[in-house]
Design a protein around this ligand. Structure first.
Ligand SMILES: [Zn+2]
Length: 277
């Protein structure tokens, strides 16, 4: 059998496996303000920012969502997608990187730690451009600043700030259903609060969270207070001499308005280790 034939059979098998996946759920396209839309649905919220000189995407869900994201962006504006920013490295925010970049040339950017986390995790679509403190993009009269204000959800979270639009996209620094601290990738419950305080010092009105509905600055302040309450409560439990098991039993996530669930279950045990040292 020729090598070419063997390769094409392998390629066909791959194609069949791919084509047998159920099609992804339709995404919801929501207007935020002039020139800004959000794609809601599977994975993290995608912001589509259109300008006369091209489109900017913030985050890109999972690989199977690439056709939906690409077509939605093209329907909003016939202009090329020029920049794609990842708020952090997680696969529900970067899964479309490789597929989108294969469709047309675009620059993908992420914080240096997010880029390093992607390389560590052998994730596809690693951004070529990274930054430590901040980077500014000016396109078609729209200015965007991607700013790293400290640790929180991970060690590579970006705050994407549009000063003229008084808008921020926060990735999973703001996940409305409740926070997940990814300790394996440098996240910190204690520092999360300080990071959100720096976000709140910026001048903006609207917030696109990583997951959940488009929110206000007041909503973000309320979320910051709940993260702070979570850290304080766990610190009190630990300082009162409770073992980790006792502290987890005594901690009531519902008192913060968060559903006890998978993300909090993964956050509270290592939070006990982080606090009250
Ligand atoms: Zn995440």
């Amino acid at each position: 059998m020729s090598r070419l034939f063997a390769l094409s059979v392998a390629g066909l098998a791959g194609f069949l496996a791919w084509s047998q996946l159920p099609p992804p759920e339709p995404l919801k396209l929501l207007p935020v303000m002039d020139g800004v839309h959000v794609l809601e649905g599977a994975g993290g919220n995608v912001a589509v920012v259109t300008t006369d000189e091209g489109t900017i995407l913030i985050d890109d869900k999972f690989a199977p969502n690439v056709p939906q994201i690409y077509e939605a962006a093209k329907k909003l504006s016939g202009k090329p997608i020029r920049y794609l920013l990842n708020t952090h490295h997680h696969g529900d925010h970067t899964g479309g990187n490789a597929g989108l970049a294969a469709r047309e040339p675009m620059e993908i950017l992420a914080h240096a730690n997010a880029r390093a986390n992607m390389i560590k995790g052998a994730m596809p679509g690693v951004p070529r451009v990274s930054y430590r403190d901040s980077i500014t993009i000016s396109l078609g009269g729209v200015e965007l600043q991607a700013i790293h204000l400290g640790r929180g959800h991970t060690n590579g979270d970006a705050v994407v700030y549009f000063p003229q639009k008084r808008l921020v996209h926060l990735g999973d620094l703001f996940a409305v259903a409740g926070p997940f601290v990814d300790y394996a990738n440098g996240g910190s419950g204690i520092e999360w609060v300080a990071t959100l305080d720096k976000v709140l010092a910026l001048d903006f009105d609207r917030v696109i969270p990583g997951h959940g509905p488009i929110s206000s600055k007041a909503d973000l302040k309320a979320y910051r207070d709940k993260v702070d309450a979570m850290v304080r409560r766990m610190t009190e439990l630990k300082r009162s001499g409770k073992s980790k098991e006792e502290a987890l039993k005594a901690f009531d996530p519902a008192s913060l308005g968060w559903e006890p669930g998978r993300m909090l279950n993964r956050t509270l045990p290592p939070l006990y280790d982080e606090v009250g040292r």
